[in-house]
Design a protein around this ligand. Structure first.
Ligand SMILES: [Cu+2]
Length: 146
């Protein structure tokens, strides 16, 4: 009986740790061509503070965090962000025109109405999986992604 109780407790721990980061409102824009990278957005909150260190999805060969910078000429460019620090209690929103998750080498077009799993890896919370719904092509697409 004692053995069973310990095994149950150990199995429950990763789930408790993952709850330290709350991932809300994930979405992606539908893609017209499979040859173009896709983009996904979401909101992150950590009560204790954490660090997003990796992103992966079966929907693409590679997923990475990008920031958007606008230079003096008003031209926006994307820059790879290696890791994203989350301050305790702070909410970070990824949105078109700003930070986004770039999905390179899509396995298939992102079809409106479909959804795909996305796994976010945090330094403390470990892996957090979310289901990302695909919204319409015209839904406020990110700037400079063409
Ligand atoms: Cu990008």
């Amino acid at each position: 009986m004692k053995t069973i109780a310990i095994a149950f407790l150990a199995a429950a721990l990763p789930g408790l740790a993952a709850a330290d980061v709350i991932v809300t409102a994930p979405w992606a824009r539908a893609s017209i061509l499979v040859s173009r990278p896709g983009a996904a957005y979401l909101t992150l909150t950590s009560d204790t503070g954490d660090r997003l260190i990796a992103v992966k999805t079966p929907a693409a060969d590679r997923a990475m965090l990008h920031g958007t910078e606008t230079d003096a000429d008003g031209v926006s460019r994307m820059a790879h962000i290696e890791a994203l620090d989350l301050s305790p209690g702070e909410t970070v929103t990824l949105a078109p025109g700003g930070m986004h998750l770039m999905l390179m080498g899509l396995a298939a077009k992102l079809e409106e109405g479909a959804s795909f799993p996305l796994i976010l890896r945090f330094e403390s919370a470990g892996e957090v999986a979310v289901d990302v719904p695909v919204l319409g092509v015209a839904a406020t697409g990110p700037e400079g992604e063409e």
